[in-house]
Design a binder for this molecule. Structure first.
Ligand code: IVH
Length: 720
């Protein structure tokens, strides 16, 4: 057994090979692709041969999809192959192998996770925080590694849950959590649910009979956000960060549930390997860079594309600060960079302490957690009456911004976290994710902390609050509640609705407080004589305002519908509703059943829309809008102009698009008569996937009825 990174001197005799050009055994994509296509037409003959081929092409398709982010098969094609494999395996159970793609499917729940010993202890990394720390580390490396140039390999430090996985004779045999570094929990069944981790790889062809690989289980930021949204909707508290979500998911006892959560993996270190009898070490295994490129070429998800090699610490330092500036651009949470001595022989000479290797160091980005005191809780009223508790904390600086207010979402979250007024709280702000209270530091309590009391009446209009049994939030249902009215007015005038330029938040609030605007239609009947005397309103600004308001009367019907602020009715739904009618008033007669026949309209949206149009006060508002001349008609000009090449087809974009801007692509779809949907459902025809697509792609694959297009394929489709 070879302990790579510790006893590799044993292999110094082979080190000449590292000077040779690194030769990978590339995956023969052309052959696999053609083989996949040919297998789509079911074959008869040597079943064993067919099973082997099916397995190979499905593994290849999984790799293209989950690791390489460029799917090669449509959903239907993938399902066809998978079904064939299942069919043959059912017919010939003796031909089922442990690494067959069909064997990812979980069977049964485990009671608990057995404890297992890692082949090599999972050490941690020493941290550095600035240029000085890195220069010190570089000096130590030269003291230990010699005078000459040292190659440093720099890669992201992924913020997830660390794991170690073992392959025996090319098959995934075990996956374990870090545990205490020596012993971990055997979570093999869960690791097998992560599709980017191959169940088998051609390691034996390169003479490796056993390998232990370390890596991180991570969760895409967009998968994480979607998951948190769902938790909030269900009244649960959101998870603080993608790291907690990843490590929590890894310990779920039901692998089927793990599968649904869409975890990803990145592998970044070979900690141990054994050569098959008579085999020689693959040349790539003489450097860290080579080893991760080699793993990548075998189908493993490694940072092969993100790694950089430098020979001078100043270059490393420069790269670290450049990278930190764009840390939020990555699909995964990254809390720093890891700098590793590239040459394995040198790593061995440098050795390790009891805690960490001397040949690697972490450069940690600026902290995004801080503590602060929770002073009070305010209860805010939203546009649709939802009451949100907002924690007011002592100002605290996190990741470049000062945080003073943090949403506590709803009562259930407050109770679950047991946050109290006077508590010292741990606050986290990860990237573009809004700040969270991770937890109160209960050990710092002195007994003076007070429970957060929820109001029974609306803080704005004093009417009694209500809570639906299936909802987590309290709501003020008084439609005339002044805060709700002001928020509705702001929404109506906003950019994505009627886009009344100069009528921003503060002007609306001013006009509303002075009684110049009372409700939506009154925007069009402002008495300008009363505005004239007001501070900050000269003739010119009044003329601008008047013009902007006048122009808004010509806005398209979808914007009017969106501007009305119907619950659960976003921009897309508004477009769908507008295109279904010629006049808004036709919607008065649409019941839930009829509304549900529209694309992207589920029962929740349909109920809300039908309730809205059934209320006489809302109909009165629409009448008044008509009287003042606001357009309430859809002349279907847009669709006619399109010529309908994509008419009746529905689209959704997901992931990071590199060939065009999402907004441009959406415009293209609409111009051709297509419709945009906001989520994956049976009504969706096309899902266009960019890089690092997350849960939407998973869901679409599962549904099996959605056509999944790459950006290129989308362009081909749109260009006819
Ligand atoms: S190398 C023996 N590389 O960071 C060295 N670790 O704070 C093995 N981590 O325990 C670790 N990204 O869980 C390495 N690119 C990366 C990493 C990485 C994240 C984690 C790992 C480790 C922790 C140390």
């Amino acid at each position: 057994m070879v302990f790579l990174g510790y006893y590799k001197t044993l292999f110094l005799v082979f080190d000449l090979s590292s000077f040779l050009c690194i030769m990978y055994t590339p995956i023969d994509e052309k052959r696999l692709f053609e083989q996949a296509k040919s297998l789509l037409i079911p074959k008869s003959g040597n079943e064993e041969e067919i099973i082997i081929q099916l397995r190979e092409v499905i593994n290849y398709a999984d790799w293209k999809y989950y690791v390489n982010s460029s799917p090669v098969l449509s959903d239907a094609e993938y399902d066809n192959l998978f079904k064939q494999l299942k069919h043959f395996e059912e017919k010939f159970p003796e031909l089922v192998t442990i690494d067959s793609p069909t064997q990812r499917v979980a069977n049964g729940l485990s009671e608990r996770f057995p404890t297992v010993a890692h082949l090599v202890p999972m050490l941690s990394l020493e941290n550095t925080y600035n240029a000085e720390d890195l220069t010190d580390w570089d000096r130590k490396c030269h003291e230990l590694g010699g005078e000459g140039l040292i190659e440093y390999c720099v890669e992201p430090k992924y913020d997830g849950a660390s794991i170690s996985i073992i392959y025996d004779n090319g098959n995934l045999s075990r996956g374990a959590t870090r545990g205490d570094g020596v012993m971990g929990e055997d979570v093999t069944a869960n690791i097998r649910q992560i599709k980017s981790i191959p169940l088998s790889a051609r390691l034996m062809e390169d003479g490796i009979s056993q390998v232990e690989i370390r890596g991180e289980i991570v969760i895409h930021k967009n998968v994480f956000e979607a998951y948190n949204k769902q938790r909030i909707a269900e009244g649960q508290s959101p998870l603080a960060n993608p790291r907690n979500a990843a490590s929590g998911t890894l310990r779920i006892l039901d692998p089927t549930e793990v599968r649904k959560r869409g975890l990803s993996a990145i592998l970044y270190h070979i900690s141990d390997y054994t050569l098959a009898p008579g085999a020689t070490r693959p040349p790539q295994l003489s450097t860290h860079y080579g080893s991760l490129q080699w793993l990548y070429s075998l189908g493993y998800p490694t940072p092969a594309k993100e790694m950089k090699v430098f020979t001078h610490i100043d270059e490393v330092i420069k790269y670290c600060s450049e990278f930190e500036a764009r840390r939020d651009d990555l699909p995964f949470e990254v809390d720093g960079l890891v700098i590793k001595v590239n040459d394995f022989a040198m790593q061995d000479r440098m050795g390790m302490t009891t805690h960490h290797p001397r040949w690697a160091v972490a450069y940690k980005f600026k902290a995004r957690q801080a503590t602060s005191k929770l002073r009070r809780v305010e209860f805010q009223v939203g546009r649709v009456g939802t009451i949100t508790p907002v924690a007011k904390i002592d100002p605290v600086h996190i990741g470049g911004v000062t945080v003073t207010s943090i949403s506590l979402f709803n009562e259930d979250v407050v109770r679950e976290k047991d946050v109290r007024i006077g508590d010292t709280v741990l606050v986290e702000r990860a990237g573009d994710v809004i700040p969270y209270i991770v937890k109160p530091l209960t050990e710092l309590r002195d007994g003076t902390e007070e429970e957060i009391k929820f109001p029974t009446n609306c803080p704005a209009c004093n009417s009694e609050l209500e809570k639906q049994p299936e909802e987590a939030a309290w709501r003020c249902i008084n439609i005339a509640c002044p805060v709700q009215v002001a928020e509705r007015l702001i929404h109506f005038a906003s950019k994505d609705a009627m886009d009344i330029r100069s009528l921003g938040d503060s002007n609306i609030r001013k006009f509303f407080d002075l009684g110049l605007i009372k409700d939506i239609p009154s925007i069009y009947t402002i008495n300008w004589d009363n505005v004239r005397g007001m501070e900050g309103f000269g003739e010119k600004s009044i003329a601008n305002l008047k013009q902007a308001i006048e122009l808004s009367k010509k806005q398209t019907l979808n914007r009017v519908i969106f501007g009305l602020g119907i619950r659960h009715c976003g921009e897309n739904t508004s477009k769908i509703l507008a295109s279904a009618v010629s006049n808004i008033k036709e919607l008065y007669d649409w019941n839930v059943e009829k509304l549900s026949t529209l694309q992207d309209v589920g029962p929740k949206v349909a109920t809300s829309v039908s309730d809205f149009f059934a209320r006489s006060e809302n109909r009165a508002i629409i009448d008044r809008l008509e009287e003042v001349g606001v357009n309430l008609i859809n002349d279907h000009k847009d669709q006619q102009k399109a010529g309908g090449a994509l008419e009746g087809k529905t689209f959704l974009f997901t992931g990071t698009l590199s060939q065009f801007k999402r907004s441009d692509a959406e415009k293209m779809v609409e111009e051709k008569g297509g419709t945009l949907l906001s989520g994956v459902s049976s009504k969706l025809n096309y899902l266009v996937v960019g890089e690092d697509a997350g849960s939407k792609l998973e869901k679409a694959k599962k549904l099996g009825t959605v056509n999944i297009l790459s950006e290129q394929e989308f362009l081909v489709l749109i260009n006819g």
